[in-house]
Design a binder for this molecule. Sequence first.
Ligand SMILES: NC(=O)c1ccc[n+]([C@@H]2O[C@H](COP(=O)([O-])OP(=O)(O)OC[C@H]3O[C@@H](n4cnc5c(N)ncnc54)[C@H](OP(=O)(O)O)[C@@H]3O)[C@@H](O)[C@H]2O)c1
Length: 285
Amino acid sequence: MRILLTGATGRIGAYLRDPLNMRGWEVVRWAGSHAVDLTDPGAVSRGLDQADADVVLHAAAISDAETCRRDPDRARTINVEAVAWISEWCAARGRRLVFTSTDMVFDGTKPWSTESDEPRPILAYGATKRAAELEALKAPDSVVARICLLYGPTLCDRETFYDKAVGQLRAGAPQTFFDDEFRTPLDYATAARALAMLAASDFRGIVHVGGAERLSRFELMTKVARGLGLDGSLVRSNSRAEASFSEPRPADVSLDTSRLAALLPTLERPPVEEAVRAMARGSAG
Ligand SMILES: NC(=O)c1ccc[n+]([C@@H]2O[C@H](COP(=O)([O-])OP(=O)(O)OC[C@H]3O[C@@H](n4cnc5c(N)ncnc54)[C@H](OP(=O)(O)O)[C@@H]3O)[C@@H](O)[C@H]2O)c1
């Protein structure tokens, strides 16, 4: 089987290298000299024809909420229109599409959103991803994987919030995190394994890809510090009310992940402390 991975140079794309290679699939990566510009419909169409993949795992996007807010036209082209082109290509040829969406499609007014809850994005980024979900779902054999907040050391040249925070904690600098904004965080390595498993499955529809625990960033980083043996007293809490935002942020986008657990019963989602130790060993080796 041949799989096309878009966004191969991104944070999730880098973590997908091993789970995809381990399946023995032929993997075509849109990266480096094989980069295809998602703002160019002709290039996307030619690139898809050339790759001629059985499955397209579409992980390329403008994933930064602030960039989407500042440049909505470009965000719409890359995050929505390009998904429509890819989805049409998959539909016309009977190929499978796995699309990476986000917990930010929800407005954050209720915990534990399920796949049947109505998305109501309040961030420009979330709005592009919701519009893209609808495009992706037009392909009959498609999966919309709504990904939660991911944590772990970067394996590419893009830093994650985790890299910055852990770097500062290691340097002995106190770090402050919200204790009143909730997600269901998952480590990058497990999220990548889940995406590869979903690509190989015959599931069609929406699935929430997240961790089992509903945590604030303060609770998450407290566990990270414990897992890595860092000084937990450096992890401090504050409230959203103490910060200013360029856009209102959803307060609770925790995801109900029972569908994921039922679909992928062999997927182990390690507790935070264990996950960060495993990823630290992986990135060191
Ligand atoms: N990481 C998370 O915590 C998280 C959480 C929820 C959902 N997601 C979703 O998961 C997916 C991957 O996220 P990520 O964090 O891995 O993103 P990322 O690190 O920002 O990487 C984005 C990828 O998209 C590519 N890309 C951007 N603009 C492009 C264009 N015009 N043409 C071709 N490629 C382009 C980038 O290529 P270049 O390197 O060439 O720029 C890069 O490979 C996204 O759909 C995101 O919305 C991520």
